[in-house]
Design a protein around this ligand. Structure first.
Ligand code: ARG
Length: 492
Protein backbone atom coordinates (compact mmCIF):
# COMPACT_ATOMS: atom_id res chain seq x y z
CA UNK A 1 0.00 0.00 0.00
CA UNK A 2 2.90 2.35 0.69
CA UNK A 3 4.67 1.59 -2.58
CA UNK A 4 4.44 5.08 -4.10
CA UNK A 5 7.92 5.09 -5.54
CA UNK A 6 8.73 1.52 -6.56
CA UNK A 7 7.01 0.38 -9.72
CA UNK A 8 7.37 -3.30 -9.05
CA UNK A 9 5.30 -5.33 -6.64
CA UNK A 10 7.16 -6.79 -3.66
CA UNK A 11 8.21 -10.38 -4.30
CA UNK A 12 6.13 -12.84 -2.24
CA UNK A 13 8.98 -14.37 -0.27
CA UNK A 14 10.45 -10.93 0.40
CA UNK A 15 7.10 -9.80 1.73
CA UNK A 16 7.07 -12.84 3.99
CA UNK A 17 10.58 -12.01 5.16
CA UNK A 18 9.62 -8.42 5.92
CA UNK A 19 6.36 -9.22 7.62
CA UNK A 20 5.85 -8.72 11.35
CA UNK A 21 2.24 -9.80 11.12
CA UNK A 22 2.70 -12.78 13.42
CA UNK A 23 3.65 -10.58 16.37
CA UNK A 24 1.40 -7.72 15.32
CA UNK A 25 -1.76 -9.54 16.33
CA UNK A 26 -0.99 -8.68 19.94
CA UNK A 27 -0.78 -4.96 19.15
CA UNK A 28 -3.76 -4.71 16.79
CA UNK A 29 -6.14 -3.51 19.49
CA UNK A 30 -3.72 -0.74 20.44
CA UNK A 31 -3.25 0.23 16.81
CA UNK A 32 -7.00 0.67 16.53
CA UNK A 33 -7.45 2.82 19.64
CA UNK A 34 -4.31 4.77 18.76
CA UNK A 35 -5.78 5.47 15.33
CA UNK A 36 -9.07 6.55 16.88
CA UNK A 37 -7.36 9.01 19.20
CA UNK A 38 -5.21 10.36 16.38
CA UNK A 39 -8.21 10.81 14.05
CA UNK A 40 -10.23 12.60 16.74
CA UNK A 41 -7.31 14.97 17.33
CA UNK A 42 -6.97 15.59 13.58
CA UNK A 43 -10.64 16.52 13.48
CA UNK A 44 -10.36 18.78 16.53
CA UNK A 45 -7.43 20.54 14.85
CA UNK A 46 -9.52 21.06 11.72
CA UNK A 47 -7.77 18.65 9.38
CA UNK A 48 -10.68 16.32 8.80
CA UNK A 49 -14.39 17.04 8.81
CA UNK A 50 -16.83 15.50 11.23
CA UNK A 51 -18.29 13.43 8.41
CA UNK A 52 -14.87 12.05 7.48
CA UNK A 53 -14.07 11.34 11.09
CA UNK A 54 -17.32 9.48 11.48
CA UNK A 55 -16.52 7.23 8.53
CA UNK A 56 -13.00 6.57 9.83
CA UNK A 57 -14.22 5.80 13.36
CA UNK A 58 -16.93 3.54 12.10
CA UNK A 59 -14.35 1.50 10.15
CA UNK A 60 -12.06 1.39 13.18
CA UNK A 61 -14.91 0.24 15.42
CA UNK A 62 -15.72 -2.49 12.92
CA UNK A 63 -12.06 -3.55 13.04
CA UNK A 64 -12.26 -3.64 16.83
CA UNK A 65 -15.44 -5.74 16.83
CA UNK A 66 -14.33 -8.22 14.19
CA UNK A 67 -10.54 -8.18 13.85
CA UNK A 68 -10.67 -11.25 11.62
CA UNK A 69 -12.32 -9.22 8.88
CA UNK A 70 -9.05 -7.30 8.40
CA UNK A 71 -7.16 -8.78 5.44
CA UNK A 72 -3.56 -9.24 6.41
CA UNK A 73 -2.00 -11.46 3.71
CA UNK A 74 -0.66 -8.89 1.30
CA UNK A 75 0.67 -6.43 3.89
CA UNK A 76 3.97 -6.01 5.68
CA UNK A 77 2.48 -5.27 9.04
CA UNK A 78 -0.71 -4.59 10.94
CA UNK A 79 -0.41 -0.79 10.57
CA UNK A 80 -0.55 -1.11 6.82
CA UNK A 81 -3.32 -3.71 6.94
CA UNK A 82 -5.48 -1.61 9.28
CA UNK A 83 -5.07 1.53 7.23
CA UNK A 84 -5.96 -0.37 4.06
CA UNK A 85 -9.03 -1.75 5.84
CA UNK A 86 -10.13 1.73 6.92
CA UNK A 87 -9.62 3.15 3.42
CA UNK A 88 -11.52 0.24 1.92
CA UNK A 89 -14.46 0.73 4.32
CA UNK A 90 -14.55 4.54 4.54
CA UNK A 91 -13.21 5.56 1.14
CA UNK A 92 -9.95 7.25 0.23
CA UNK A 93 -11.37 10.75 0.79
CA UNK A 94 -11.88 9.93 4.50
CA UNK A 95 -9.66 6.93 5.35
CA UNK A 96 -6.81 8.30 3.25
CA UNK A 97 -6.53 11.15 5.75
CA UNK A 98 -6.07 8.98 8.84
CA UNK A 99 -2.31 8.76 8.39
CA UNK A 100 -1.88 12.57 8.31
CA UNK A 101 0.97 13.69 10.58
CA UNK A 102 1.99 10.26 11.81
CA UNK A 103 4.16 7.43 10.60
CA UNK A 104 4.48 3.76 11.33
CA UNK A 105 7.64 4.77 13.17
CA UNK A 106 5.81 6.59 15.95
CA UNK A 107 2.82 4.30 15.60
CA UNK A 108 4.65 1.06 16.35
CA UNK A 109 6.30 2.45 19.49
CA UNK A 110 2.96 3.83 20.57
CA UNK A 111 1.31 0.43 20.25
CA UNK A 112 4.09 -1.42 22.02
CA UNK A 113 4.11 1.11 24.86
CA UNK A 114 0.38 0.63 25.42
CA UNK A 115 0.77 -3.15 25.28
CA UNK A 116 3.70 -3.21 27.72
CA UNK A 117 1.87 -0.80 30.00
CA UNK A 118 -0.93 -3.37 30.29
CA UNK A 119 1.56 -6.20 30.64
CA UNK A 120 3.30 -4.46 33.54
CA UNK A 121 0.00 -4.07 35.35
CA UNK A 122 -0.91 -7.69 34.71
CA UNK A 123 2.49 -9.05 35.71
CA UNK A 124 2.61 -6.87 38.84
CA UNK A 125 -0.86 -8.08 39.85
CA UNK A 126 0.17 -11.72 39.34
CA UNK A 127 3.36 -11.07 41.28
CA UNK A 128 1.40 -9.53 44.14
CA UNK A 129 -0.69 -12.72 44.18
CA UNK A 130 2.41 -14.89 44.34
CA UNK A 131 3.97 -12.85 47.13
CA UNK A 132 0.70 -13.04 49.00
CA UNK A 133 0.74 -16.83 48.58
CA UNK A 134 4.28 -16.99 49.94
CA UNK A 135 3.31 -14.91 52.95
CA UNK A 136 0.27 -17.12 53.65
CA UNK A 137 2.37 -20.28 53.49
CA UNK A 138 5.04 -18.63 55.65
CA UNK A 139 2.42 -17.91 58.34
CA UNK A 140 1.62 -21.64 58.51
CA UNK A 141 5.27 -22.65 58.74
CA UNK A 142 6.83 -20.23 61.17
CA UNK A 143 7.84 -23.10 63.43
CA UNK A 144 8.72 -25.60 60.73
CA UNK A 145 12.36 -26.14 61.64
CA UNK A 146 14.61 -26.79 58.73
CA UNK A 147 18.28 -26.92 57.94
CA UNK A 148 19.58 -23.99 55.87
CA UNK A 149 22.27 -24.58 53.30
CA UNK A 150 25.24 -22.78 51.86
CA UNK A 151 27.15 -24.49 49.06
CA UNK A 152 24.21 -26.88 49.37
CA UNK A 153 25.89 -28.14 52.58
CA UNK A 154 24.15 -27.94 55.93
CA UNK A 155 24.78 -24.51 57.42
CA UNK A 156 22.45 -23.33 60.19
CA UNK A 157 19.08 -24.22 61.59
CA UNK A 158 16.22 -22.11 60.31
CA UNK A 159 12.62 -22.48 59.34
CA UNK A 160 10.80 -23.20 56.11
CA UNK A 161 8.93 -19.92 56.43
CA UNK A 162 12.20 -18.02 56.53
CA UNK A 163 12.93 -19.31 53.03
CA UNK A 164 9.47 -18.40 51.78
CA UNK A 165 9.87 -14.90 53.16
CA UNK A 166 13.27 -14.57 51.53
CA UNK A 167 11.62 -15.27 48.16
CA UNK A 168 8.92 -12.74 48.97
CA UNK A 169 11.53 -10.06 49.61
CA UNK A 170 13.37 -10.80 46.37
CA UNK A 171 10.11 -10.74 44.41
CA UNK A 172 9.16 -7.44 46.02
CA UNK A 173 12.32 -5.94 44.58
CA UNK A 174 11.40 -7.42 41.21
CA UNK A 175 8.03 -5.78 41.63
CA UNK A 176 9.63 -2.45 42.50
CA UNK A 177 11.81 -2.53 39.38
CA UNK A 178 8.79 -3.20 37.16
CA UNK A 179 6.67 -0.70 38.98
CA UNK A 180 9.20 2.07 38.42
CA UNK A 181 9.63 1.19 34.75
CA UNK A 182 5.96 1.91 34.19
CA UNK A 183 6.44 5.70 34.43
CA UNK A 184 9.00 5.65 31.68
CA UNK A 185 6.90 3.36 29.48
CA UNK A 186 3.75 5.43 29.91
CA UNK A 187 4.76 8.33 27.66
CA UNK A 188 3.39 8.94 24.20
CA UNK A 189 5.57 9.02 21.07
CA UNK A 190 2.56 9.71 18.81
CA UNK A 191 2.98 12.71 16.54
CA UNK A 192 6.77 12.39 16.39
CA UNK A 193 5.99 11.08 12.89
CA UNK A 194 8.79 9.44 10.91
CA UNK A 195 11.60 11.17 12.82
CA UNK A 196 11.24 14.94 12.64
CA UNK A 197 7.63 15.83 13.47
CA UNK A 198 5.15 17.49 11.13
CA UNK A 199 4.41 20.86 9.59
CA UNK A 200 0.72 20.18 10.08
CA UNK A 201 -0.61 21.59 13.37
CA UNK A 202 -1.28 18.68 15.65
CA UNK A 203 -1.78 18.40 19.39
CA UNK A 204 0.42 15.64 20.74
CA UNK A 205 -0.68 16.25 24.31
CA UNK A 206 -4.29 15.71 23.33
CA UNK A 207 -3.65 12.24 21.88
CA UNK A 208 -1.51 11.42 24.91
CA UNK A 209 -4.41 12.30 27.21
CA UNK A 210 -6.95 10.43 25.09
CA UNK A 211 -4.81 7.30 25.37
CA UNK A 212 -4.10 7.61 29.10
CA UNK A 213 -0.41 8.52 28.91
CA UNK A 214 1.26 10.52 31.67
CA UNK A 215 3.10 12.75 29.19
CA UNK A 216 4.62 12.87 25.72
CA UNK A 217 8.16 11.94 24.71
CA UNK A 218 9.37 15.37 23.75
CA UNK A 219 12.12 14.86 21.17
CA UNK A 220 10.84 13.32 17.94
CA UNK A 221 14.11 11.50 17.20
CA UNK A 222 14.15 10.06 20.70
CA UNK A 223 10.46 9.11 20.46
CA UNK A 224 10.94 7.06 17.30
CA UNK A 225 14.47 5.71 17.79
CA UNK A 226 14.84 4.81 21.46
CA UNK A 227 14.01 1.39 22.81
CA UNK A 228 15.76 1.75 26.18
CA UNK A 229 12.53 1.50 28.14
CA UNK A 230 11.77 -1.86 26.58
CA UNK A 231 15.26 -3.03 27.43
CA UNK A 232 14.69 -1.84 30.97
CA UNK A 233 11.42 -3.76 31.12
CA UNK A 234 12.98 -6.92 29.64
CA UNK A 235 15.89 -6.63 32.09
CA UNK A 236 13.50 -6.39 35.01
CA UNK A 237 11.75 -9.53 33.75
CA UNK A 238 15.03 -11.35 33.21
CA UNK A 239 15.94 -10.63 36.83
CA UNK A 240 12.46 -11.59 37.99
CA UNK A 241 12.49 -14.93 36.17
CA UNK A 242 15.94 -15.64 37.56
CA UNK A 243 14.40 -15.25 41.02
CA UNK A 244 11.67 -17.69 40.02
CA UNK A 245 14.32 -20.06 38.68
CA UNK A 246 16.08 -20.06 42.03
CA UNK A 247 12.85 -20.80 43.90
CA UNK A 248 12.11 -23.57 41.42
CA UNK A 249 15.54 -25.08 41.97
CA UNK A 250 15.13 -25.08 45.76
CA UNK A 251 11.75 -26.78 45.45
CA UNK A 252 13.11 -29.35 43.01
CA UNK A 253 15.89 -30.28 45.41
CA UNK A 254 13.64 -30.35 48.44
CA UNK A 255 11.10 -32.53 46.69
CA UNK A 256 13.62 -35.29 45.93
CA UNK A 257 13.21 -38.54 47.84
CA UNK A 258 16.57 -37.89 49.49
CA UNK A 259 15.43 -34.57 50.96
CA UNK A 260 11.71 -35.15 51.13
CA UNK A 261 11.08 -31.74 52.72
CA UNK A 262 8.17 -30.91 50.46
CA UNK A 263 5.80 -32.76 48.20
CA UNK A 264 4.38 -31.15 45.09
CA UNK A 265 0.65 -31.43 44.53
CA UNK A 266 -0.33 -34.17 42.10
CA UNK A 267 -1.73 -31.73 39.59
CA UNK A 268 1.66 -30.02 39.25
CA UNK A 269 3.84 -33.02 38.55
CA UNK A 270 4.53 -35.01 35.43
CA UNK A 271 5.11 -38.72 35.06
CA UNK A 272 7.50 -40.95 33.19
CA UNK A 273 6.58 -43.01 30.15
CA UNK A 274 8.81 -45.78 31.43
CA UNK A 275 9.14 -45.60 35.22
CA UNK A 276 5.81 -46.00 36.99
CA UNK A 277 7.02 -44.63 40.32
CA UNK A 278 7.91 -41.21 38.92
CA UNK A 279 6.51 -37.91 40.02
CA UNK A 280 8.58 -35.38 38.16
CA UNK A 281 8.65 -31.66 38.94
CA UNK A 282 8.40 -30.66 35.25
CA UNK A 283 6.62 -27.31 35.78
CA UNK A 284 9.46 -26.25 38.05
CA UNK A 285 12.08 -27.49 35.63
CA UNK A 286 10.47 -25.45 32.87
CA UNK A 287 10.45 -22.48 35.23
CA UNK A 288 14.23 -22.79 35.34
CA UNK A 289 14.53 -22.99 31.57
CA UNK A 290 12.11 -20.10 30.99
CA UNK A 291 14.52 -17.92 32.90
CA UNK A 292 17.16 -18.82 30.30
CA UNK A 293 14.81 -17.98 27.44
CA UNK A 294 13.88 -14.62 28.93
CA UNK A 295 17.57 -13.84 29.43
CA UNK A 296 18.36 -14.73 25.84
CA UNK A 297 15.43 -12.60 24.66
CA UNK A 298 17.02 -9.67 26.47
CA UNK A 299 20.35 -10.46 24.80
CA UNK A 300 18.66 -10.51 21.37
CA UNK A 301 17.08 -7.14 22.04
CA UNK A 302 20.32 -5.60 23.25
CA UNK A 303 22.13 -7.01 20.25
CA UNK A 304 19.59 -5.55 17.86
CA UNK A 305 19.52 -2.02 19.27
CA UNK A 306 23.17 -1.62 20.17
CA UNK A 307 24.91 0.81 17.80
CA UNK A 308 21.93 1.21 15.46
CA UNK A 309 22.03 4.63 13.84
CA UNK A 310 19.47 7.10 15.21
CA UNK A 311 16.17 7.10 13.38
CA UNK A 312 13.99 4.09 12.65
CA UNK A 313 15.67 1.09 11.06
CA UNK A 314 13.77 -2.06 10.24
CA UNK A 315 15.99 -3.99 12.66
CA UNK A 316 13.80 -2.53 15.40
CA UNK A 317 10.90 -4.64 14.21
CA UNK A 318 12.74 -7.72 15.42
CA UNK A 319 12.68 -6.70 19.06
CA UNK A 320 8.92 -7.25 19.10
CA UNK A 321 9.10 -11.01 19.16
CA UNK A 322 11.54 -11.35 22.10
CA UNK A 323 9.85 -8.51 23.94
CA UNK A 324 6.30 -9.80 23.67
CA UNK A 325 7.51 -13.36 24.19
CA UNK A 326 9.17 -12.30 27.42
CA UNK A 327 5.94 -10.76 28.70
CA UNK A 328 3.93 -13.88 27.98
CA UNK A 329 6.51 -16.31 29.38
CA UNK A 330 6.94 -14.31 32.57
CA UNK A 331 3.24 -14.11 33.23
CA UNK A 332 2.66 -17.82 32.82
CA UNK A 333 5.73 -18.68 34.90
CA UNK A 334 4.52 -16.52 37.78
CA UNK A 335 1.15 -18.26 37.64
CA UNK A 336 2.77 -21.70 37.71
CA UNK A 337 4.87 -20.72 40.72
CA UNK A 338 1.78 -19.37 42.43
CA UNK A 339 -0.03 -22.72 42.03
CA UNK A 340 3.00 -24.66 43.23
CA UNK A 341 3.51 -22.49 46.31
CA UNK A 342 -0.11 -22.61 47.35
CA UNK A 343 -0.46 -26.36 46.89
CA UNK A 344 2.82 -27.84 48.04
CA UNK A 345 2.80 -30.04 51.10
CA UNK A 346 5.34 -29.30 53.80
CA UNK A 347 6.87 -32.37 55.43
CA UNK A 348 7.61 -30.84 58.81
CA UNK A 349 8.61 -34.12 60.49
CA UNK A 350 11.13 -34.92 57.84
CA UNK A 351 12.64 -31.44 58.02
CA UNK A 352 12.75 -31.64 61.76
CA UNK A 353 14.56 -35.00 61.72
CA UNK A 354 17.16 -33.71 59.33
CA UNK A 355 17.69 -30.71 61.63
CA UNK A 356 18.03 -32.98 64.67
CA UNK A 357 20.82 -35.09 63.28
CA UNK A 358 22.76 -32.31 61.63
CA UNK A 359 25.75 -30.30 62.82
CA UNK A 360 23.91 -27.14 61.86
CA UNK A 361 23.79 -26.09 65.52
CA UNK A 362 27.57 -25.71 65.49
CA UNK A 363 27.58 -21.92 65.06
CA UNK A 364 25.05 -21.56 67.86
CA UNK A 365 27.21 -23.62 70.19
CA UNK A 366 30.23 -21.49 69.31
CA UNK A 367 28.20 -18.34 69.93
CA UNK A 368 27.11 -19.62 73.33
CA UNK A 369 30.78 -20.10 74.22
CA UNK A 370 31.44 -16.54 73.15
CA UNK A 371 28.54 -15.19 75.21
CA UNK A 372 28.73 -17.39 78.29
CA UNK A 373 32.48 -17.91 78.54
CA UNK A 374 33.72 -14.72 76.92
CA UNK A 375 36.16 -16.56 74.70
CA UNK A 376 37.13 -15.18 71.30
CA UNK A 377 34.91 -16.34 68.47
CA UNK A 378 37.94 -17.66 66.55
CA UNK A 379 38.84 -19.93 69.49
CA UNK A 380 35.24 -21.06 69.87
CA UNK A 381 35.16 -21.80 66.12
CA UNK A 382 38.25 -24.02 66.50
CA UNK A 383 36.91 -25.84 69.55
CA UNK A 384 33.53 -26.59 68.00
CA UNK A 385 35.12 -27.54 64.68
CA UNK A 386 37.31 -30.06 66.50
CA UNK A 387 34.27 -31.40 68.36
CA UNK A 388 32.41 -31.88 65.09
CA UNK A 389 35.38 -33.73 63.70
CA UNK A 390 35.37 -36.15 66.65
CA UNK A 391 31.62 -36.65 66.56
CA UNK A 392 31.62 -37.20 62.82
CA UNK A 393 34.39 -39.76 63.26
CA UNK A 394 32.10 -41.78 65.49
CA UNK A 395 29.71 -42.00 62.60
CA UNK A 396 26.58 -41.95 64.69
CA UNK A 397 23.95 -39.75 63.20
CA UNK A 398 20.93 -40.88 65.12
CA UNK A 399 21.05 -38.12 67.71
CA UNK A 400 22.15 -34.52 67.78
CA UNK A 401 25.52 -35.57 66.61
CA UNK A 402 27.66 -33.13 68.52
CA UNK A 403 26.71 -35.02 71.68
CA UNK A 404 29.09 -37.73 70.57
CA UNK A 405 32.05 -35.44 70.81
CA UNK A 406 34.41 -35.48 73.74
CA UNK A 407 35.21 -31.97 74.89
CA UNK A 408 38.08 -33.04 77.13
CA UNK A 409 40.04 -34.21 74.07
CA UNK A 410 39.69 -30.82 72.47
CA UNK A 411 40.10 -28.41 75.33
CA UNK A 412 43.65 -29.43 76.15
CA UNK A 413 44.73 -27.78 72.91
CA UNK A 414 43.28 -24.40 73.90
CA UNK A 415 44.05 -21.96 76.66
CA UNK A 416 40.53 -21.25 77.77
CA UNK A 417 38.82 -21.11 81.08
CA UNK A 418 36.08 -23.62 80.21
CA UNK A 419 35.52 -27.09 81.55
CA UNK A 420 34.60 -30.01 79.29
CA UNK A 421 31.31 -30.59 81.08
CA UNK A 422 30.38 -26.93 80.59
CA UNK A 423 30.79 -27.32 76.87
CA UNK A 424 28.89 -30.60 76.83
CA UNK A 425 26.10 -28.90 78.77
CA UNK A 426 25.84 -26.19 76.12
CA UNK A 427 25.78 -28.84 73.43
CA UNK A 428 23.18 -30.96 75.18
CA UNK A 429 20.91 -27.98 75.67
CA UNK A 430 21.26 -26.73 72.12
CA UNK A 431 18.19 -28.15 70.37
CA UNK A 432 17.16 -26.96 66.91
CA UNK A 433 14.34 -24.96 68.58
CA UNK A 434 16.76 -23.25 70.92
CA UNK A 435 19.07 -22.53 68.04
CA UNK A 436 16.36 -20.57 66.24
CA UNK A 437 15.10 -18.93 69.44
CA UNK A 438 18.60 -17.75 70.25
CA UNK A 439 19.08 -16.13 66.85
CA UNK A 440 18.24 -12.54 67.77
CA UNK A 441 19.71 -10.48 64.96
CA UNK A 442 17.36 -8.54 62.74
CA UNK A 443 16.10 -10.64 59.82
CA UNK A 444 17.02 -14.00 61.37
CA UNK A 445 14.47 -16.86 61.58
CA UNK A 446 13.55 -16.05 65.18
CA UNK A 447 9.76 -16.04 65.60
CA UNK A 448 9.47 -12.35 66.42
CA UNK A 449 11.68 -11.42 63.50
CA UNK A 450 9.58 -13.55 61.19
CA UNK A 451 6.43 -11.90 62.39
CA UNK A 452 7.94 -8.51 61.72
CA UNK A 453 8.91 -9.58 58.21
CA UNK A 454 5.43 -10.93 57.55
CA UNK A 455 3.95 -7.66 58.71
CA UNK A 456 6.17 -5.46 56.61
CA UNK A 457 5.82 -7.64 53.50
CA UNK A 458 2.03 -7.70 53.88
CA UNK A 459 1.98 -3.93 54.14
CA UNK A 460 4.24 -3.63 51.11
CA UNK A 461 2.11 -5.93 49.03
CA UNK A 462 -1.06 -4.11 49.94
CA UNK A 463 0.53 -0.76 48.93
CA UNK A 464 1.57 -2.18 45.58
CA UNK A 465 -1.82 -3.76 45.01
CA UNK A 466 -3.50 -0.40 45.56
CA UNK A 467 -1.06 1.25 43.16
CA UNK A 468 -1.56 -1.41 40.49
CA UNK A 469 -5.33 -1.18 40.77
CA UNK A 470 -5.15 2.58 40.43
CA UNK A 471 -3.02 2.35 37.31
CA UNK A 472 -5.21 -0.32 35.75
CA UNK A 473 -8.26 1.81 36.47
CA UNK A 474 -6.56 4.87 34.94
CA UNK A 475 -5.86 3.04 31.69
CA UNK A 476 -9.33 1.55 31.58
CA UNK A 477 -10.86 4.93 32.42
CA UNK A 478 -9.04 6.57 29.50
CA UNK A 479 -10.09 3.85 27.09
CA UNK A 480 -13.70 4.04 28.32
CA UNK A 481 -13.62 7.81 27.81
CA UNK A 482 -12.20 7.39 24.35
CA UNK A 483 -14.89 4.85 23.55
CA UNK A 484 -17.59 7.29 24.72
CA UNK A 485 -16.11 10.04 22.55
CA UNK A 486 -16.06 7.66 19.58
CA UNK A 487 -19.69 6.62 20.25
CA UNK A 488 -20.71 10.29 20.40
CA UNK A 489 -19.22 10.98 17.00
CA UNK A 490 -20.86 7.86 15.63
CA UNK A 491 -24.34 8.87 16.75
CA UNK A 492 -26.67 9.37 13.82
N1 ARG B 1 6.42 -3.32 11.17
C1 ARG B 1 7.29 -2.28 11.58
C2 ARG B 1 7.82 -2.61 13.00
O1 ARG B 1 7.35 -3.48 13.60
C3 ARG B 1 6.58 -0.99 11.66
C4 ARG B 1 7.38 0.22 11.31
C5 ARG B 1 7.84 0.20 9.92
N2 ARG B 1 8.36 1.44 9.54
C6 ARG B 1 9.08 1.58 8.43
N3 ARG B 1 9.46 2.78 8.17
N4 ARG B 1 9.38 0.59 7.69
O2 ARG B 1 8.75 -2.01 13.47
Amino acid sequence: MYRSRPREKLKDDVLKFLSSMEQDHSILYYDIVGSEAHSIMLHEMGHITQGELKRILSALEEAKQSPTSIRTEEFEDIHEALEAFVIQRSGMDAGGKMHTARSRNDQVVLDIRMKIRDDINEICAALAGLVHGLIERAKENKQALMVMYTHLQQAQIGTFSHFLLSYAYALMRDMERLYLTYHRINQSPLGACAIGGSSITIDRKRTAILLGFDSIIKNSIDATSSRDVFLEYASALAILTSTLGRIAEDFIIWSTTEFGYIELAESYVSTSSAMPQKKNPDPLELTRSKSAIVTSNLMSMLGIVKALPSGYSRDLQDIKSPLLGTSAITLETIKIMDYVVRSLQVKKERMRNAANISYAIAVDVAEQLVMQKKIPFRTAHRIVGALVSIAAGKGNVSLTSLQFADASLVLKDHKVNVKPNEIMKIINEMTPEKSVEARKSSGSPNLLEQEEMIKSLSQGISNYSTGIQKRTKMVKGSFDNLERTVKNYLQP
